[in-house]
Design a protein around this ligand. Structure first.
Ligand SMILES: *[C@@H]1O[C@H](CO)[C@@H](O)[C@H](O)[C@H]1NC(C)=O
Ligand SMILES: *[C@@H]1O[C@H](CO)[C@@H](O)[C@H](O)[C@H]1NC(C)=O
Length: 367
């Protein structure tokens, strides 16, 4: 009798302790609840209605836990998603409020995505740089202001940093060059100023660098050409100045180079024309001199936009020897002379050649 009673007690205790150890730690639950308290989901999709009960690892929308430690490993909240909640409601999400520093108590966090909620404001908590397991930080499409935390360089595992479409100000923190695992950097469409760190090329894993639509000044650093994996470099719509480093055209993997709408001067490096780049936009800068006569069978441009510069001389004949030129725009320069005949010129429209000094021939009027 007594043994049977003891047995029951012991089994209750065992099952109780398993339930408890499978649940998220109370401190993680508390951190999530104060994160939630700082936000208001005004689109009424009920995203946070599932955040109830003791176990934050069970059915809390957008929360996942480490299967071994049961600590919160991932927060993934997207205001624009194909999730049934959104499909059923037929609308995208909207949230106001801010990102609570309580998020920093989730010490095992490896992914933090709070994207496209349009109305989340406030700043990025400085303490985020203490989340040493963080691999993804994605806060795109909100109204976040203030600067990028200066200690961001401590996130040694960070592979994705996406802060695009916010209202961030301040500089690119110098510590960013310590993020040696970073593969994807997107801070487009903010108000970030100052220069691109001169040793930016230390970030050898980067394949996409998207810094467009900010207030960046200074030079395009030479060191960028050390990024052997870089395929997409977008520095457009800033106030960058000086010449383009010749070494950019020698990067084997570079596919897209957008430098349009800056204050860049000097000649177009010959290397850019003979490179493997397929989308090249140099529009709206101060490029001067001739278009390098360096096209060849390796040249394959789906887009080449050289409009709104100070280029002079002729359109080089070698363009006809390029493997492919899909879209070409040389309008608003000081070019002169006959437009070559044959590919790619027979499929281009007059708008590609408008407003030069004395270009002539098809599709403009005869010479
Ligand atoms: C980058 O990391 C090194 C070594 O950990 C450290 O000494 C240096 O201060 C860091 N640089 C920045 C700008 O944080
Ligand atoms: C090139 O850049 C200019 C200026 O930012 C932009 O207006 C134009 O649409 C771009 N060209 C192409 C082909 O995308």
């Amino acid at each position: 009798m007594a043994t049977a009673f003891l047995y029951i007690i012991v089994s209750i205790l065992i099952s109780l302790s398993t339930t408890i150890s499978n649940a998220c730690p109370p401190s993680d639950r508390a951190a999530l609840l104060s994160f939630k308290a700082a936000l208001t989901e005004t689109s009424n999709l009920g995203i946070f209605n599932t955040w109830k009960g003791q176990d934050c690892c069970q059915n809390w929308y957008g929360v996942s836990c480490d299967p071994v430690t049961h600590q919160v490993a991932d927060i993934n909240l997207r205001g624009e998603s194909k999730d049934p909640i959104f499909e059923k409601a037929g609308r995208t999400g909207y949230m106001t409020g801010s990102i609570s520093p309580s998020i920093c108590q989730l010490t095992r966090l490896s992914g933090l995505t709070i994207a496209d909620w349009k109305g989340i404001s406030g700043t990025i908590p400085q303490c985020i740089s203490s989340l040493q397991f963080l691999r993804i930080l994605d806060l795109v499409g909100n109204k976040i202001s203030g600067s990028i935390p200066s200690g961001v360089g401590r996130l040694s595992r960070l592979g994705v940093l996406n802060l695009a479409d916010n209202e961030l100000t301040g500089n690119i923190p110098r510590s960013i060059t310590n993020l040696t695992s970073l593969m994807h950097l997107d801070i487009r469409n903010n108000k970030i100023s100052g220069t691109i760190p001169i040793n930016f090329g230390k970030l050898k894993m980067l394949s996409r660098v998207l810094l467009s639509k900010n207030k960046l000044t200074g030079l395009v650093p030479n060191s960028i050409s050390n990024m052997k994996r870089l395929s997409d470099l977008d520095l457009s719509v800033n106030q960058l100045s000086g010449p383009v480093p010749d070494s950019l055209g020698k990067m084997a993997g570079l596919n897209t180079l957008n430098l349009d709408d800056n204050l860049i001067t000097g000649q177009i490096p010959l290397s850019l024309i003979s490179s493997g780049i397929s989308v090249l936009n140099l529009s709206s800068n101060g490029f001067e001199g001739y278009i390098p006569d360096a096209f060849g069978p390796r040249s394959y441009f789906t887009v080449m936009d050289l409009s709104y510069n100070k280029l002079r001389g002729r359109i080089p004949k070698s363009i006809s020897s390029a493997a492919y030129v899909g879209y070409l725009d040389v309008s608003y320069n000081h070019l002169c002379g006959p437009i070559p005949v044959g590919e790619p010129f027979d499929h281009l429209e007059a708008s590609s050649f408008l407003s030069n000094d004395c270009l002539c021939g098809k599709p403009l009027k005869a010479c």
